[in-house]
Design a protein around this ligand. Structure first.
Ligand SMILES: [Zn+2]
Ligand SMILES: [Zn+2]
Length: 255
């Protein structure tokens, strides 16, 4: 009973934290960029002619609240499993060597990128799409309000690696937090609706493989391509990258 009460308290605390994140990165950034900087950054708009309707915003906010609560419970579950000794999460950087302490971040980013690409394509399967992933695609012109707008089942799919990987692989707690932070920033940029990467981004060695804001924005607009999350490798290998991605990116940056 005590464990249950602790779990519930931890879940509510995590949900409140997620609500704070959404208030800052979702609602406040939406207010700042989509309202405050609307005219100043007009040239950075990825879909300048979009006819975004208000009810898409409320739809995204509504489903985000569900995600906030669900992610709160799943995060509390990580802590609970850790307390019961089911997790290989650790605080001492020397416990598994500093090399692994640093390399694991790259492993996690590349692993999750591959996981996201394939689970994302799975959710786009015509027989599955309308039951789960359609919720996230309501906004064909995504905004910061879309960052947590997921169906509960999609939430579970996307959260699963955060829950399961630390059961099998030693993960340094600060790296887990860093991964989650980078994931949140990437999520925000992907749904910003404005391109803020530098204009020579797609010509930079290696960095050009990091998805620019236009990459995921085009996925919301056209659906059947650009499935990647952090990097463009999988879309290039599987030939699912929109052929006009680079041109589109350049056209925004030239305005
Ligand atoms: Zn999708
Ligand atoms: Zn999206």
């Amino acid at each position: 009973m005590t464990h249950f009460a602790d779990f519930l308290q931890s879940a509510l605390r995590e949900s409140f934290f997620n609500l704070t994140l959404y208030t800052v990165f979702g609602i406040a950034v939406f207010g700042l960029v989509w309202k405050g900087l609307k005219n100043v950054w007009r040239w950075r708009r990825i879909q300048p002619k979009s006819e975004q309707r208000k009810h898409f915003f409320s739809h995204d906010i509504l489903f985000s609240f569900g995600s906030i609560l669900m992610a709160g419970f799943l995060t509390a579950l990580i802590t609970l499993l850790d307390q019961f000794g089911y997790m290989k999460l650790y605080w001492d950087i020397n416990a598994y060597g500093t090399t692994w302490g640093i390399l694991q971040l790259f492993f996690l980013l590349f692993f999750y990128d591959a996981y996201f690409y394939w689970s994302h394509r799975f959710m786009h399967h015509p027989k599955i799409y309308r039951w789960v992933h359609k919720t996230h695609h309501k906004s064909t012109d995504p905004s910061p309000l879309t960052i947590f707008a997921f169906h509960p089942f999609e939430n579970l799919i996307e959260f699963l690696p955060f829950l399961v990987l630390p059961m099998f692989i030693p993960i340094f707690w600060p790296i887990l937090f860093l991964w989650q932070t980078l994931d949140l920033i990437n999520n925000l940029l992907a749904h910003l609706g404005y391109e803020i990467y530098p204009k020579n981004w797609l010509r930079l060695p290696f960095l050009k493989y990091k998805t620019a804001s236009t990459h995921h924005n085009m996925h919301h607009e056209k659906f059947n391509g650009n499935y990647g999350l952090y990097f463009t490798f999988w879309d290039k290998w599987m030939k699912t990258e929109f052929s006009d991605y680079a041109d589109r990116f350049q056209s925004i940056e030239k305005k």
